[in-house]
Design a protein around this ligand. Structure first.
Ligand code: NI
Length: 266
């Protein structure tokens, strides 16, 4: 699968479950903007068969190469970022995995159950990252119990394999000059921002500034009833030159730790 087709498929699902994303996209289009995605993020548990390597496979086949790895102490995650080998405007891919062994038996058992269900689903090669939730049933009590330990673990249990977020590459916008302007535009249009760690995470000196909307809410049919819970958020990134003519392409663990909180329940 070509990388453009991979992102289209992930985007089609992402915009469908996140009405705000579609609205923001249209508002920018109306201003004549053509949106370039800075990166997409995928989440998983560190269990064989569904770990970050299983998700990365599709991208490696499509011409992506590994560029950096990160450790998120507080959230107990490892992450790797990938870039396309020749298409400079292709989104970077950020894949994280939860270090399940650092959590309770509940998190570990859930992760293993998910891996078993995925195996049973017998997905076609390269299809894991689009597969969403191939496990059933899910229940709200488990979701809440998981969330006590890790919002990330709970989100994955309910939403499965799909893009957690896409990111508008603010540098490529013509009518918006900075992340500060982007945020002002979003607030003016009525989209609440994630303020955990401040509206803007990262600094010019760190070469990357990021912000995000608060996640949309969506109704999920749990075994123990329908509940409205946070879904995904939209992210915005402004990058700075690490040397003349070359924007920094990496990520900052501390900022991402805060961005992850955009899907926290509020
Ligand atoms: Ni991100």
């Amino acid at each position: 699968m070509e990388h453009t087709a991979i992102f289209q498929k992930l985007w089609d699902d992402y915009r469908l479950i996140n009405p705000s994303v579609d609205k923001i996209h249209h508002l920018l289009n109306e201003r004549g903007e053509h949106i370039i995605n800075d990166h997409i993020a995928l989440r998983t548990y560190d269990v064989a068969g569904i770990n970050f390597e299983a998700l990365a496979e599709t991208f490696l086949t499509a011409g992506y190469v590994e560029k950096g790895s990160y450790n998120f102490e507080e959230k107990k995650l490892n992450a790797t970022h990938y870039e396309h080998s020749s298409d400079n405007l292709a989104p970077k891919v950020f894949i994280s995995e939860l270090k399940t062994k650092e959590f309770s038996p509940l998190v570990q058992e859930t992760a293993h159950w998910v891996a078993t269900q995925v195996k049973k689903a017998d997905l076609k090669k390269g299809e894991l990252l689009f597969s969403k939730r191939v496990w059933d049933p899910i229940n709200f009590t488990s979701y809440e119990a998981l969330r006590q330990e890790s919002e990330y673990a709970a989100w994955l249990y309910v939403f499965g394999f799909r893009a957690n977020h896409f990111t508008v590459f603010v540098n490529h916008l013509k009518s918006i000059a900075s992340l500060e302007e982007m945020n002002a535009f979003l607030k003016e249009k009525g989209f609440p921002l994630n303020v955990s760690g401040g509206e803007i995470k990262g600094t010019k000196e760190q070469l990357l500034k990021q912000s995000s909307t608060l996640a949309d809410k969506t109704v999920i049919e749990f075994q123990d009833g329908a509940k409205e819970i946070p879904c995904c958020y939209y992210e915005f990134a402004e990058r700075f030159e690490e040397r003349p003519g070359q924007l920094f392409t990496g990520f900052i663990a501390k900022s991402a730790d805060k961005i992850f909180e955009s899907t926290d329940k509020n």
